[in-house]
Design a protein around this ligand. Structure first.
Ligand code: UDP
Length: 262
């Protein structure tokens, strides 16, 4: 009860203006502990919520895709995932307090969700990945109930059935890991027919949770160079990652225009 109250109060406080606008996306200026408390609050207040974790590539994409922009901005919580977003917030002189990486959030939320007896469904990744992630999650946080899992490859005709199964399993929280912007589109299309109180878009986190992909060594994370580690491991991401410098350029241009009062 008390936790519910805290969750509601915290969300009201955020709604009152702790959002930081980065190129049209309103990010919550919160740290990891607050993000976890907010997520738990979302599962307790009787409403239906979703959380997104955009990095600069996704914000760049949203600048050209109005529907994606709306989906990001309609989320109950928008977590700043990635060094590019933090850098942009500094350039725009509205610094965000810290990076809240989706994968860290996914792990940190587990014990808090377990304490409230919430059931978690894992959705996404190649066949077998979600199952392995479920096993590792049960090891990391033995109290959590993973009520089901499913890979992220399906036809449009299968969507309704997937949602029905998730509902039948009684999931309270769904980690949706289809990559961006697919997962945001899936959430937007399906959240109305899902009974879960919280959906979280977490991209490739499922691969890290499953142990398929290694997280960057601490050295890279501390220097905000996780993206470089990812690029070294997956050079095929180069095209996609070129959005980062383009995004920063757009931020600098916007800053310049604002400085001249344009
Ligand atoms: N994926 C999926 N269904 C799809 C496309 C992708 O489940 O139709 C999964 C993919 O297997 C991977 C994740 O989504 O686990 C995407 O990871 P990526 O690192 O590309 O996404 P990001 O975190 O950068 O959005």
């Amino acid at each position: 009860m008390f936790l519910t109250w805290i969750g509601i109060k915290l969300r009201e406080a955020l709604a009152r203006g702790l959002k930081v606008d980065i190129m049209g996306v309103g990010f919550d200026n919160i740290n990891m502990d607050e993000a976890v408390r907010l997520a738990v609050g979302c599962t307790l207040d009787g409403g239906k919520h979703y959380i997104v974790t955009p990095n600069s590539e996704i914000v760049y994409e949203a600048l050209r895709d109005g529907e994606l922009m709306d989906t990001l901005n309609s989320a109950s919580v928008v977590l700043p995932d990635g060094a590019g977003i933090i850098a942009a917030s500094k350039i725009l002189k509205t610094p965000l307090r810290e990076k809240v990486a989706g994968v860290d959030f996914a792990v940190r939320a587990l014990p808090a969700l377990a304490r409230e007896g919430k059931k978690l469904f894992l959705f996404g990744g190649k066949p077998g990945v979600a199952e392995r992630a479920a096993g590792r999650i049960r090891e990391i946080s033995p109290g959590i109930t993973v009520c089901g899992f499913r890979d992220g490859y399906f036809s449009p005709e299968e969507e309704a059935g997937i949602c029905e199964r998730i509902n039948d399993l009684g999931a309270d929280v769904i980690y949706v890991c289809l990559g961006a912007p697919k997962q945001e589109q899936w959430i937007s299309r399906n959240r109305g027919r899902l009974n879960a109180s919280l959906l979280v878009g977490l991209g490739g986190s499922i691969d890290i949770l499953a142990g398929e992909t290694k997280r960057a060594p601490e050295f890279f994370i501390r220097l905000n160079l996780e993206w470089l580690h990812r690029l070294i491991k997956q050079p095929s991401r180069l095209g996609r990652m070129m959005r980062l410098p383009k995004f920063i350029l757009k931020v600098l241009l916007r800053k310049g225009r604002a400085g001249r009062g344009i």
